[in-house]
Design a protein around this ligand. Structure first.
Ligand code: EPZ
Length: 460
């Protein structure tokens, strides 16, 4: 059963969810470990020959694909009954990451540095990920070259060679999550010291740094987005309990507020979510923080509108934006959301409008934050006029986080919604229908509606 083949991931998971709205969600949900930390920690395990263990690895297709990729490289991966994954790569069996992984996610480019450290060469396909903007990898290529890698690019991918990477000073043009992780992986075993200026400091990155520290790495996170890594000669195996998924926590939190319910989310971490919690409070969402859990509920009715600008951590996450826009359709008045991380992350709003929302997009920067998309003709600000009742309908999901925005819309809509393309949700969220049903959602996965005849979008 394991690891899952990427092609079967593309072809399978053609489930359809059917949701009848207006049920308050009440109960408990256990937060899963963050996929965007776990995936990188599995990659980090390649930096040693010794076995590593990650606890409570989410059983989602994104992780299955990463494990599949690593198995082809030579990793022995074993998912234990308690949800842990044991992974060990005593020798690199192949330095080529198959082209079939092209376009699925961002992981192949993160494999270059570990493969260079272990084998001196790497061949990876062009990368993909959710369809939310151009998503170039120029920062990755530039930093690897600066650290001594020779990289040839062709239409299908990248071929890299290096005897030993060397430490250097890297100034990222933007605090990219993936480029910061790439630089860290490259620097851990490089000769000398690497300084990453303008680094991303997302909690998932800090969590991967904790894992690497256990493995023997010397990584200092300084003030002002500066990360300093002193290269060491070898890393050893380690065990790690990954940080919880703050995107998932926020998604369920918004579902509790939107439906007028009350959800206790176990494992939710306040420190990773300060901006989200402030935002939720301002619009009328309530929360109580207990040791090891946060309970979310509706504090005011109606909800108030707000102005939000997405940003890198510690700002308002771009991955919280989509369900938040759905929630804001239920706030009385005009909300404004300025997306500054991705240029094309409002495509999903047209379906919300079809359900009854009143959302207008504009190319203007509606906010004061520095924005790379000024004057570049991307519809990257949204004006949400609420409150508007939503009506259930057939919905096709375009990407992972838009998927949850649609689930949320269906949960508060009048009538029934039929949601296609749920493989995008299953890519990042564990057992969503079962967990939503366990807290009172009227949701089922009708076998007779399996989307045999629907067009199958390519993952990513
Ligand atoms: C990670 O993507 C996450 N993915 C994304 O989550 C998340 O939205 C994003 O970080 C921001 O928090 C994973 O961790 C697997 P970036 P990543 O490099 O690393 C530009 C989800 O739904 N950029 O920080 O790919 C880029 O185009 C996913 O879970 C360059 O221009 O994001 C974007 O505008 C979606 N050149 C911005 O930086 C580069 O070489 C931020 O991207 C690299 C990035």
């Amino acid at each position: 059963m394991f690891p899952t083949d990427v092609e079967s991931v593309s072809d399978a998971n053609l489930n359809v969810y059917r949701i009848r709205g207006h049920r308050p969600l009440v109960g408990r949900i256990r937060a899963q470990a963050a996929k965007n930390a776990v995936a990188k920690q599995l990659v980090a395990s390649l930096l040693t020959r010794e076995p590593c263990r990650l606890y409570d690895v989410p059983d989602i297709t994104e992780i299955d694909v990463v494990l599949d990729m690593l198995a082809e490289i030579g990793a022995a991966c074993d998912r234990l009954e308690d949800g842990s994954v044991d992974i060990a790569t005593p020798r690199i069996a192949s330095t080529t990451v198959g082209e079939r992984y092209s376009g699925f996610n961002r992981i192949p480019i993160l494999l270059v540095a570990p493969l260079l450290h272990r084998a001196g060469t790497a061949r990876v396909p062009v990368v993909g990920g959710c369809n939310i903007g151009e998503r170039p990898i120029d920062f990755h290529i530039d930093l690897l070259r600066k650290m001594g890698a020779e990289i040839d690019e062709d239409d299908e991918g990248y071929t890299a060679r290096a005897d030993r990477l060397r430490g250097t000073v890297i100034a990222l043009p933007y605090p990219s999550v993936g480029a910061t992780e790439n630089a860290i992986f490259a620097a851990c075993l490089a000769r000398g010291t690497t300084v990453i200026n303008n680094a991303a400091v997302e909690p998932e990155i800090v969590d991967t740094v904790l894992f690497l520290q256990k493995m023997g790495a010397l990584i200092q996170i300084d003030t002002d987005r500066k990360i300093v890594i002193e290269g060491v000669d070898r890393l050893s195996g380690a065990r790690h309990d990954p940080v919880r998924d703050r995107i998932e926590v926020a998604s369920f939190a918004m579902a509790a507020v939107a439906t007028g319910g009350r959800l206790r989310i176990e494992g939710a971490d306040q420190t990773a979510m300060i901006t989200f919690l402030n935002t939720l409070r301002k619009i009328g969402g309530g929360f109580e923080v207990d040791p090891g859990a946060i309970t979310f509920f509706r504090d005011r009715d109606p909800l108030d509108p707000i102005h939000i600008e997405t940003d890198v951590h510690p700002g308002f996450m771009t991955d919280w934006q989509q369900p938040m826009v759905t929630l804001l359709t239920q706030a009385h008045g005009v909300s404004v959301v300025h997306e500054t991380v991705y240029e094309q992350r409002f495509g999903y709003t047209s379906t919300l409008n079809d359900m009854g929302a009143n959302i207008t997009l504009t190319n203007d920067c509606l906010g004061g934050k520095d924005c790379r998309f000024t004057d570049r003709n991307f519809p990257h600000s949204a004006i949400v006029q609420g409150a508007t009742p939503l009506t259930g309908r057939e919905i096709e999901i375009p990407d992972l986080r838009a998927g949850f925005a649609y689930l949320l819309a269906a949960l508060i809509a009048d009538g029934e919604s039929t949601i296609f393309g749920t493989r995008f949700i299953e890519r990042g969220y564990v057992n969503v229908p079962e967990r939503l049903a366990s807290v009172g959602a009227d949701i089922d996965v009708p076998a007779q509606l399996l989307a045999r005849d629907r067009p199958v979008a390519v993952p990513g």
